[in-house]
Design a protein around this ligand. Sequence first.
Ligand code: NBY
Length: 829
Amino acid sequence: KKSDPKKTAPAPDAPEHTRTGMSPEILKAAFIDNLTLAVGRPLETAVPEDWYQAIALSVRDRIMQRWVRQFEKRNAPDVRQVAYLSAEFLPGPHLGNSLLNLGITDNAREALAGQDLDLYIGLEEEPGLGNGGLGRLAACYLDSLATLRYPATGYGIRYEFGIFDQAIKDGWQVETTDKWLLPGNVWEIKRPNFAQVVKIGGHTETFTDQHGAFRVRWIPDRVVVGVPYDTPIVGYLSDSCVLLRLWSAEAAQSFDFADFNRGDYYGAVEEKVFSENISKVLYPNDEQLEGKRLRLEQQYFFVACSIKDMIRLCLRRGSTLERFHEMFCVQLNDTHPAIAVAELMRQLVDKYAMPWERAWDITRRTFSYTNHTLLPEALEKWPLPLFGSVLPRHLEIVYEINRRFLDEVRTRFPGDEDKIARLSIIDESGEKYVRMANLAMVGSHTVNGVAELHSELVKTQLFPDFHDLDPKRFQNVTNGVTPRRFLGLSNPGLTRLIDGCIGDSWLSDLDRLRELEAFAGDAGFQQDWMRIKLENKSRLARIIRDRTGVVVDPTSLFDIQVKRIHEYKRQHLNVLHIITLYQRLKHDPRLQITPRTFLFGGKAAPGYYMAKLIIKLINAVADTVNQDPAVRDLIKVVFLPDYNVKHAQNIYPAADLSEQISTAGKEASGTGNMKLSLNGALTIGTLDGANVEIREEVGAENFFLFGLTCEQAARLRADGYNPGDYCHGDPELRGVIELIDSGLFSHGDRELFRPLTAHLLERDDYLLMADYRPYVNCQQQVGHAYRDCQHWTRMSILNVARMGKFSSDRAVREYAANIWKLKPFTPDP
Ligand code: NBY
């Protein structure tokens, strides 16, 4: 056994500041101080919520110490930092993770002698400021940026209401508002002194300045104030922090604005309410755009605040804006912040009177853009009249950017007007739109996809014309996940076992997990491995029972699909398999199958009818199957409501099988696939997104592959796909569809699921019918493999051992080296 002493308590020879204030004695004093001074509670009457606050504040104090100590390093003249612009961040509860990253979990436990730290950690409401993978990825990257000591800020929106809470009533999803701020948020610090004023609407005017130059000014019809709230994020066993700076909209109080509401008190109040609307609520759509004015205002609001903040910092450090791109690189997390391209141009040209060419050069050197989707319905475009009415000056700037860009294109491809129409930032094929992806492309020096396959498709399917123009601009950075939260924090049992085997440096050097390969065949190690998985499953079984009333057997195969509900992710293909097993058990009362627990979790966009119907179908099948004595408890189906980061942390460690079954070519990367495999689940999956690379890493023999490849899918569609043929040619599949249509799962209602089955038989955009038989057969192999405990465990160990590549540390290093050209801080002496 190797051991690495720095894991829990900083070693005696660790840098001074990482040692002080971390002992159990000092932590205890800090908890009590904060309980008294900040929470204002006598020890005797303190309730768990008070303790949570006191502990969290004490932890925040220690993070702030690191933040302040870094001030000079951060502000040194040659330091370049990355601004990660994202409309979404899904950090998950902070306390447990911060304790882990500071290396003081055990000391805090000792300081609380006898009290239940886990109870306090469990009280924290998570900031649900994102929809899914994209928001969670941003949070993983902040963890890695801090851990690897890169200078960075995450800029986003402090939504008052994050992603809705999901309840299930009568099998249907019901949404309620997420009130994450109600109990207060101890992690954030309001910074009113760095507030920014943002203009919206109105018109533009031209004028001649004192030097006789032709200039434009924007006369808005509204202004709002953006107030930043800062949450420092500490790195793992690092003296480094990054900042998550989220903007909240407030009314402009002192702004002497037009005279229409002078003396009009109620008008002024209305104005206030109006302003605050901007950061009120997160749009709960993933992969489906909602062309609402308020959404565009949100995007512009946080982007304008963030760009102005960067300009402020640049000038405060004594630099001129000529060097803006040397001080900041800005990563656009999808196109949601793409308006930043036009906003930086506006600032440089209109406000700082820079010549266009110079400003454009700086802008192009500043931005890079990450694409997260190929789905056409998810590509952002704004109707031109709407765009112009919210951002009149930006529309002019976009036109000018486009004019100059298309002039260049014309000289390279003379006469190719079709190409020009495809490249144009303005879609003029019918009703006119501003294409945000084209704006992001034109305004960035680099664009990247999020998995190798996806990055290829970005070049060949999504932006072939841009690729023709400048292939060097295209890169791949395969996504990664933080092993701190998703293994160290959420799977302490497995973490201890791994520590005991290979030492504990793997948590910040995930490639070292490879050393586990040597133990994959070790009988004793396998025993421990299985015992921990069973403990994790038993814990999840209790949570399932408490939250849904369903009793599941922890020794059954835990077959898990947790992610947003979407047709392309094919939760309903999973359901077709469940019904297949059900049908077999009904036909043959003595059939032996591997006992399974099917677990689903995920939210549907509130306006996405088909996704909601899929949730209803899962619950309907669950009700029928779980009750039916003919099933003999061999299969259980559970829909765990309100899937979020907190629940995910309980689910991943308990998974045996990870369902990654999207139609090939549709899932950009996936990150849940990585988290599940990192916790020892085997994957059943298609060759889509990062599944391809996961399979490459873990070895084909440790991965259950099925289904069409993306080339085969394309060919099938091109040749004229007829889903009905598959159904009629496969009696078992036909039986499954007929069973749904019979009303068996819907109290005799034969119409309820008809839209779903009809779609599968008539259109089947996501090729479920074509992939059904390969999937069901592959699942049979899974069931069979699970019966060989030793072999399964060996595959599980090898999956974990080979997950090193999928650390967000690797991904962030790639961004830093290849895109941002960023250097980490040197550690304190
Ligand atoms: O980004 C996801 C991809 O589907 C997944 O494959 C990938 O691993 C992950 C990280 O790269 N995309 C995603 O989560 N997208 C959204 O949440 C989202 C949110 C809002 C909007 C669009 C997409 N929107 O248009 O408002």
